[in-house]
Design a protein around this ligand. Structure first.
Ligand code: GAP
Length: 449
């Protein structure tokens, strides 16, 4: 089978830095390994990814509610969850150059950097530690959460009592997680500080397999609806050896990243592991009373767990395109309009006051609805290319004719087709196009001049 076309990571990194999507963290000090800052466009893209997820899993559903738990949690949480004991990677150190490596990443028993001899593996816990309060002693150790999931398990009874939800129902959360990863790299794919979007879906034991299948399909479709090409996605079942300690079964949704197939989201059937563990460690009952069958039981949990940063990277890689453009190359991002950082750019043909006055008025009007950029620098062709490169779906151009007929040109990113629209109708037309509706005057599109 031939592999679908892949973009290389250097191009994505270069575009992200050049256009202000993503910068190395604290760059003026040389950067901080595997930490990243989202610039003006990156922050919009990331917000749009999170909003699209929240809309699909919370806003449009009756059976999931949201939560925002704290990053620092009672240290017992991590004893109960198994992270204190089991959230480790086997690590070796080179006796010569002292670089450290994850055993899983080694091809043989020599240091990949200098070929030196390696130490015996030892287990390295991936949780970041800090201290609560002014005294730095063992009793005050707290951890930066390595996953958002635990905040939802420990709030299971709070949510149940305050929302009167009945099974099956879920809790959803978006938030930062921290892992002291040994092997990092591939840009924002694996970093030490990242954001997760997780659902913990509580179900009656016996219905878990059905719900597991439901969530596999639901989550896969979410990526496809937002524009990821089907051939760049696959489902992969975890082997017994790689299953996490809590999981009965787990599938990854893999994406074909520039470095190859890799996990985008994990979907696990966690059984009753988490609620049983937290009940045991806290001494609080976390069971559920079924009013219909008059039974008490511990629900099973289906967990779709995705990464905001990894999703953003997949959306960028999938959207990236290059087309010949006379002597140059047109770089464009075919981002879904819901994800595009800027929805519309307003471009006066020249800086003549008569034109800029109208254009500024349109800009002020449209920005009440969407993120809109105003750009009057350089030729109109260059300005279109700048917007293509950041994935702006529509440009609105104001020319001298606009002063006569009170119409503006809308130019579409992917086809470069153009249409004249009354300025008074711009908002309505753009809203329809941005929400994916076909334009009923499609035949009026003309090619970009
Ligand atoms: N609660 C289950 C859990 O955390 P995981 O497979 O370890 O499962 C879920 O993480 C998702 O979080 C991954 O599919 C990935 O998208 C994201 N993720 C995990 N570690 C990451 C890292 N170091 N950098 C960026 N994203 C990460």
């Amino acid at each position: 089978m031939t592999e679908p076309k892949k973009v290389n990571m250097e191009k994505i990194v270069s575009l992200c830095q050049r256009r202000g999507f993503i910068f190395p963290s604290s760059e003026i000090y040389g950067g901080l390994s595997s930490c990243w800052d989202y610039g003006p466009l990156g922050v919009e893209l990331k917000r749009n990814v999170k909003d699209a997820w929240w809309q699909a899993v919370v806003q449009e559903r009756d059976d999931i509610i949201g939560l925002d738990a704290s990053i620092l949690m009672h240290p017992q949480t991590w004893a109960a969850s198994g992270h204190l004991e089991g959230f480790t990677d086997p690590l070796v150190e080179c006796k010569n150059c002292h670089l450290r490596w994850r055993v899983d990443d080694l091809a043989d028993n020599n240091c990949p950097s200098c070929g030196g001899e390696l130490t015996e593996p030892r287990l390295f816990n991936l949780m970041f530690k800090t201290f609560m309060g002014p005294v730095e002693e063992e009793a005050n150790v707290v951890y930066l959460r390595p996953e958002t999931a635990q905040g939802m398990f420990v709030n299971f009874q709070n949510v149940l009592n305050t929302t009167r939800k009945r099974l099956p129902f879920g809790i959803a959360q978006i938030g930062k997680a921290f892992r002291n990863e040994i092997t990092t790299g591939n840009f924002i794919f694996r970093s030490r500080e990242f954001e997760q979007m997780e659902i913990e879906f509580f179900v009656k034991p016996g219905t878990d397999e059905e719900w597991f299948k439901y969530w596999l399909e639901e989550r896969l479709n979410w990526y496809v609806k937002l524009g990821i090409k089907k051939e760049n996605l696959r489902l992969r079942e975890h082997t017994k050896g790689e299953l996490a300690h809590y999981a009965r079964v787990c599938y990854d949704i893999d994406y074909l990243f520039p470095m190859g197939w890799a996990e985008l989201e994990g979907i696990a059937n966690r059984g009753d592991f988490d609620l049983v563990q937290h009940a045991k460690h806290s001494g609080k009952s976390l069971d559920y009373y079924d009013d219909e069958t008059k039974e008490h039981f511990i629900p099973y949990i289906i967990e779709p767990s995705g990464g905001v940063d990894r999703s953003a990277l997949a959306f960028l890689c999938d959207a990236y395109d290059e087309e010949p453009d006379k002597e140059e190359i047109r770089v464009l991002l075919h981002l879904h309009p819901n994800l595009a950082p800027v929805k519309v750019a307003v471009l006066p043909l020249s800086r003549r006051e008569k034109l800029t006055e109208v254009a500024k008025q349109i800009h002020a009007d449209l920005r009440q609805c969407w993120m809109v950029q105003y750009d009057d620098a350089q030729s109109i062709g260059r300005r279109y290319r700048r917007q293509d490169e950041i994935g702006t779906p529509f440009c609105v151009t104001i020319d001298f004719q606009s002063l006569e007929d009170e119409q503006a040109t809308i130019r579409e990113r992917d086809t470069m087709n153009q249409i004249r629209v009354p300025i008074s109708e711009l908002k309505t037309v753009l809203a329809a196009k941005l929400s994916g509706e076909r334009f009923d005057t499609e035949s009026l599109w003309t090619a970009e001049g």
